[in-house]
Design a protein around this ligand. Structure first.
Ligand SMILES: Cc1cc2nc3c(=O)[nH]c(=O)nc-3n(C[C@H](O)[C@H](O)[C@H](O)COP(=O)(O)OP(=O)(O)OC[C@H]3O[C@@H](n4cnc5c(N)ncnc54)[C@H](O)[C@@H]3O)c2cc1C
Length: 456
């Protein structure tokens, strides 16, 4: 089909909501990984029926489609390959219902995570999954990536809150799974299958989420360590104690330097590591937990500061959430990994990372959700220095080998997308990969749904 005829046909499906000009398409060709591609067209549905019509058109004409939320993904999941149509869900951004009686929120996929949080908080409610990108990523993207965040250590990740989904399948038909029920074991759990499927099985058009009551009180502690090893040991001591903190985040020296050169927050520049720890719950539970946490930090040579007002608390979190941008500011083509090890292995993983950094003579900045064993490893390299970049790519393989050796996983929350697909056989067996490909084939027999992602 000629390009002109394609434009005319696709425009007829959603008149006025199709972009085909090059300068528009460029804006939808990348995400927060360093991957890029040029889509054939961008379509902007505003309701489920629009998505169905575009999917049916793509199915009948063998066009790949790529669902896209806000494009903040770290692994190239929404980057178009081949001649793809981008289905941008940004216009499906309504909070359809906050059902306080049933403690369920129903949203369209383009709702920004933080917008839902704000609406819920006004009603004394709480949706725990809080990716650091929460002010700009969509809930559809969160479901498709099974996003986590600092609060996952106590409250779990996106999959623990998704009760039901409406999904448009690649041929355009609509699949409804689950709904408002907190329990449901009728048949296979197709809702769970869709969560974390990275847009490769269908387009999520409606989401039912479990919500919780807002915790009564929160205490925030910032603990400074002059040795990273002490901070890593503290993480393991806290997770092995009887306390479940609301957050248990780590930032190493390189991350602290990057944050402070990005914006001045007053973090201690001489610290080798910081732990950002919160406790939440009733007043008595919080003060009890905070006291125990402070004792564990002090025992491991940490210096404890309490953020005693909302201003200092918000400022510390703003600093924490700025790390990714701060590191990109220093090295725009840094390589970012998202490994997880069993929590007792956090000190061993930091030792492995130090060895790898020395072996390849590369600066590596580490931060992340240490309470989950989830470390965001950032190899500070520059694509313009090819020799260094090649060394960095070798270091990535070593990092994954060490992770798997420590019984960890190569991705905790960012997914596989394009950037990690060549490594999945380090972790998944041949049997698993074959079965997953067969599942994909059942949903998407023509292979038009976000092709080229997840599988090597
Ligand atoms: C500064 C920064 C901090 C981050 N911090 C965290 C963090 O703490 N925790 C974390 O988990 N992630 C984090 N991320 C990664 C990213 O924000 C998450 O993966 C987020 O869930 C992506 O949402 P999005 O709307 O941007 O999705 P996109 O990037 O647009 O898409 C991501 C994937 O989801 C698919 N998709 C999107 N919408 C749909 C839909 N409606 N139906 C089907 N498939 C769909 C896409 O095809 C793609 O494969 C961070 C990213 C940045 C830039």
């Amino acid at each position: 089909m000629s390009f002109g005829l394609f434009n005319k046909k696709i425009d007829n499906i959603l008149p006025g909501r199709v972009l085909t000009d090059r300068e528009d398409l460029v804006c939808y060709g990348f995400d927060a990984s360093s991957r890029e591609g040029m889509p054939l067209a961008v379509v902007k549905p505003v309701e489920t029926d629009d998505v169905s019509r575009v999917a049916a058109y793509a199915f009948n004409n063998n066009h790949p489609i790529v669902p896209r939320g806000a494009g903040t993904g770290m692994t190239g999941g929404s980057v178009p390959l081949k001649k793809s149509i981008i289905l941008s869900l940004e216009g499906m951004n309504r909070i359809l219902d906050i059902d306080e009686k049933n403690m369920v929120a129903c949203v369209e996929p383009g709702v920004i995570n933080a917008h839902l949080q704000e609406q819920l908080e006004e009603k004394g409610l709480f949706y725990p999954p809080d990716p650091a990108s929460m002010k700009f990523c969509t809930l559809g993207g969160n479901v498709a990536e099974n996003a986590g965040g600092p609060r996952a250590v106590k409250y779990g990740v996106t999959k623990d809150y998704v009760l039901g989904l409406e999904t448009v399948l690649p041929h355009g038909r609509v699949l409804n799974t689950g709904g408002k029920n907190y329990k449901d074991v009728v048949g296979y759990d197709l809702t769970r299958l869709m969560v974390g499927s990275e847009g490769t099985l269908g387009v999520i058009t409606k989401i039912f989420l479990k919500v919780l009551p807002l915790p009564e009180e929160i205490t925030t502690l910032l603990c400074t360590f002059s040795k990273l090893d002490d901070a890593a040991r503290t993480v393991t001591s806290i997770t092995a104690s009887s306390i479940i903190p609301r957050t248990l985040e780590i930032m190493d020296h390189e991350s602290i330097l990057a944050i402070e050169s990005y914006k001045t927050y007053g973090l201690p520049l001489d610290a080798d590591a910081l732990l950002l720890i919160e406790a939440d719950g009733s007043h008595s539970a919080v003060s009890n937990d905070a006291e125990k946490i402070a004792d564990i930090c002090s025992f491991n040579n940490g210096k404890v500061n309490v953020a005693d007002d909302i201003y200092s608390r918000n400022r510390i979190w703003e600093a924490r959430r700025s790390i990714s941008q701060a590191l990109y500011n220093i090295k725009p083509s840094k390589i970012n990994e998202d490994i997880v090890v069993p929590r007792g292995r956090v000190p061993d993983m930091f030792a492995e990372l130090r060895n790898i950094s020395e072996r390849y003579n590369l600066k590596i900045a580490n931060f992340g959700h240490a309470g989950d064993g989830n470390i965001h490893v950032n190899i500070m390299t520059d694509k313009s220095n090819q020799e260094e970049y090649d060394r960095a790519k070798k270091a990535v393989r070593d990092i994954f080998e060490s992770t798997v050796k420590l019984e960890g996983t190569i991705s905790g929350e960012h997914g596989i997308g394009l950037t990690k697909k060549d490594f999945i056989d380090m972790e998944l067996s041949e049997v698993s990969i074959k079965l997953m490909k067969e599942v994909k084939n059942v949903f998407d027999p023509k292979g038009i749904m976000n092709p080229g992602k997840i599988f090597p």
